[in-house]
Ligand binder design. Structure first.
Ligand code: EPU
Length: 301
C-alpha cells in the first residue's frame, strides 16, 4: 500500500518519520519472505498517536513490525502500511539491578550488555533473534527462561485508547508464548529487574545455551524459529520428526533436516508455499496424533 495523502506525506518530517517507499519486507524478515508496502521508520515514540490518527483518518490500515524474526508475511502488494521503530542510542540504560531497554533494541545484544555489567537471568535468551519488543510481546523463552519473569514496567502505544501508557509488571499476564497485550498494542520500552551475577558465571551459561542451540537448530538458514507451539506435555519438533517429515517441501519452503519444527526458506520460497507446508504438516499431525498444532509464528495473510 502506497501513501499518497499529501497531508500525511508533508507531516512525516516534523514527526521524525522516514518513509521507505515500496519496501520489500523480505529484506526485513528472517525468513526472507514478505510482500511490498510503504515502510515508516519511527524515530520518536511520541509521534505514534498522531501518525496512527492520520493514517486512520485517511483510511490506511497499518501493522507494526519488530525484528521480523517470528513472522510470516504474505506475498505481493500488502494492503497495509508497515510501521517500524528505529533504535535509539543507547538502546539500554542501567540503574542498579534495573535495565531500561528500548523495544527496538536487539535482544541478544541486550543480554550481552547486561551480562558485561554483571546482570544475569536471561542467559537462555541469548540466541533468540529479534528485538526486545518482539520478545516481550510473545514472552519469548528458551532453556527454561522467559523474558516475562524479569519485566517490571512496560511503555506501550495502546491502540484502544490511542495513547502512550505505562503498565506495571503485575498488570501484565505472561504465559507460554503468550501475553495479555492486545494484538494492536505497540511495545515501546521495558524496565527489567535482573539478578546480580558475576560476568564469568553468566558467560558460562550463555556458552552452554549457544552450544545446545547450535547442535539442534538450523541457525545458518533462513527461518522464523519454531513454526508451531509445543502442545501441553509434548514437543511439536519431536512429533514431526517421528512422522518422518524432515525434508518435506513445497517449493523452496522446507522442513529443516536439523529440527523438524523449523521450516526454512531454502532459496526463493514464497509465503504461499510456506503456508501450504504449514497446513500439510498440521494435517499430518492431526491425522496421526489427533492434535491440532497451533502456530507459534505470527502469520499476516
Ligand atoms: N526433537 C526431535 N527431533 C527434532 C526436534 C526435536 O526428536 O527434529 C526432540 C529433541 O531431541 C528433544 C525434544 O524434541 O528431546 C525437544 O526439542 P528441543 O530441546 O529442541 O526443544 P523444542 O521443544 O523443540 C523449544 C522452543 C524453542 C527453544 C527450545 C530450547 C517452542 C515451540 N520451541 O523447542 O523455541 O529454542 O525449546 O529451549 O516452544 C522458538 O520459539 O521459535 C523456538 C525455537
Amino acid at each position: 500500500m502506497r501513501i499518497e495523502d499529501a497531508k500525511i506525506l508533508a507531516a512525516l518530517p516534523d514527526l521524525r518519520i522516514d518513509r521507505v517507499e515500496g519496501a520489500s519486507l523480505s529484506n526485513y524478515t528472517s525468513l526472507g519472505i514478505g510482500g511490498t508496502t510503504d515502510l515508516l521508520l519511527i524515530k520518536c515514540h511520541a509521534s505514534i498517536p498522531e501518525l496512527v490518527k492520520m493514517l486512520d483518518a485517511a483510511g490506511y490500515a497499518h501493522k507494526f513490525l519488530g525484528g521480523g524474526s517470528n513472522v510470516l508475511i504474505r506475498d505481493g502488494e500488502l494492503p497495509w502500511v508497515m510501521l517500524h521503530l528505529v533504535k535509539p542510542e543507547p538502546e539500554v540504560r542501567l540503574d542498579g539491578n534495573f535495565a531500561y531497554v528500548d523495544a527496538a533494541a536487539d535482544l541478544g545484544r541486550t543480554v550481552t550488555f547486561c551480562a558485561k555489567n554483571n546482570l544475569g537471568g536471561m542467559e537462555g535468551l541469548i540466541g533468540v533473534p529479534g528485538t526486545v519488543g518482539g520478545a516481550l510481546r510473545m514472552n519469548a523463552g528458551a532453556y527454561g527462561i522467559q523474558i516475562g519473569t524479569y519485566v517490571r514496567e512496560v511503555e506501550l502505544y495502546r491502540a484502544a485508547s490511542r495513547s502512550l501508557v505505562t503498565l506495571k509488571g503485575d498488570e501484565i499476564h505472561f504465559e507460554y508464548r503468550h501475553t495479555s497485550f492486545a494484538l494492536d498494542d505497540i511495545m515501546l520500552a521495558v524496565k527489567l529487574e535482573l539478578p546480580s551475577k558475576p560476568f564469568k558465571e553468566i558467560l558460562n551459561g550463555i556458552r552452554i545455551c549457544n552450544e545446545k542451540r547450535r547442535s539442534s537448530q538450523p541457525l545458518n538458514q533462513k527461518s522464523a524459529g519454531c513454526i508451531f507451539k509445543n502442545p501441553p506435555g509434548a514437543s511439536a519438533g519431536r512429533m514431526l520428526d517421528e512422522l518422518g517429515l524432515k525434508g518435506l517441501n513445497v517449493g523452496d519452503a522446507r522442513v529443516s533436516d536439523r529440527h523438524a519444527n523449523f521450516f526454512v526458506n531454502a532459496g526463493n520460497a514464497t509465503a504461499a508455499q510456506m503456508l501450504s507446508l504449514i497446513d500439510t504438516v498440521r494435517e499430518r499431525v492431526r491425522q496421526s496424533y489427533g492434535i491440532t498444532l497451533e502456530e507459534e509464528v505470527v502469520i499476516w495473510k
